[in-house]
Design a protein around this ligand. Structure first.
Ligand code: ADP
Ligand code: MG
Length: 258
């Protein structure tokens, strides 16, 4: 696909304002039906929180949206591009969609500054001086500019996760996906990472966040989705979702975590 075509699709996405469109999507691992008839539309600037029991398919769903996993039925359109086998499309998705995992996934042998400048220099073709300036700006934003020359192993989990978030912000992504970003952290570090995510939400970033931090969901989510056994069982605005969950499975889940 040529750049012009990519630009054409970007223009389309911007005008329609739909950033993620998952339509009747089904996925199997062998004979195991892991995602069942998933429909999900996320508009520019919307924040969705996904919760549900372990094994319900939350990670698989957001990995499909980031094209880290393929799917067998239905469509996934991200930033105007239909996910499929076209490798150039995949490059585009990986550039425009940031994904923060439970375990930070920083490069351990690179300093924090090197971790943050690698993508902008090599993928975005940004001049090195500008990449460093951008990296420092985002390290300020996540409140650890003094850690720029350290290695990931010299930092706390909360700091590493803030670096992981800053690393994607340096790429100026259109969408940020988070897969249980605080579940590997000690309790006292959870808030510092959630604070960064709330600030990010306030900038208007389009976000899909898998988390069981329900206070966070109440603060930022436009919609909360409950998944169980590969189904979207229930979805609603946080006030309705938490105060009046409709389905028995949702009620049971919420009674266990709240
Ligand atoms: P969640 O993130 O909600 O805990 P996952 O998306 O990780 O759930 O997993 C959903 C289901 O798919 C689980 O039953 C899990 O064991 C299964 N699964 C996940 N990854 C694979 C894989 N690569 N191959 C086979 N089964 C998998
Ligand atoms: Mg998971």
């Amino acid at each position: 696909m040529s750049d012009t075509q990519i630009n054409g699709q970007l223009a389309f996405a911007a005008s329609s304002e739909v950033m993620i469109d998952v339509n009747k999507m089904n996925k199997w691992y062998g004979s195991f039906h892991v995602l069942k008839d998933i429909d999900l539309v996320v508009h520019k600037g919307e924040r969705f929180v996904i919760c549900g029991p372990s094994g319900s398919g939350k990670s698989t769903l957001i990995r499909c949206i980031n094209a880290l996993e393929d799917h067998q039925e239905g469509d996934i359109i991200v930033d105007g591009i239909k996910l499929g086998k076209n490798l150039k499309n995949l490059d585009h998705i990986r550039t425009e969609v940031g994904m923060v995992f439970q375990n930070f996934n920083l490069f351990p042998h690179l300093t924090i500054l090197e971790n943050l400048t690698l993508g902008p220099i090599w993928v975005r073709k940004m001049p090195k001086a500008e990449a460093i300036e951008t990296a420092m700006m985002y390290l300020e934003r996540v409140k650890i500019p003094e850690q720029a020359d350290k290695y990931p192993g010299q930092m706390s989990g909360g700091q590493q996760q803030r670096v992981a978030i800053a690393r994607f912000l340096c790429m100026n992504p259109k969408i940020m996906l988070f897969d249980e970003p605080t579940s590997a952290l000690d309790p006292e570090m959870i808030k510092e990472v959630l604070d960064v995510m709330v600030e990010l939400a306030e900038t208007g970033m389009t976000m899909v966040v898998v988390t069981h931090e329900m206070g966070f969901a109440k603060t930022i989510a436009d919609e909360v989705i409950f998944m169980d056994e590969g189904d979207i069982v229930e979805r609603n605005k946080p006030t309705v979702f938490f105060d009046h969950p409709e389905h028995e499975r949702t009620q049971k889940f919420l009674s266990q975590i709240l």
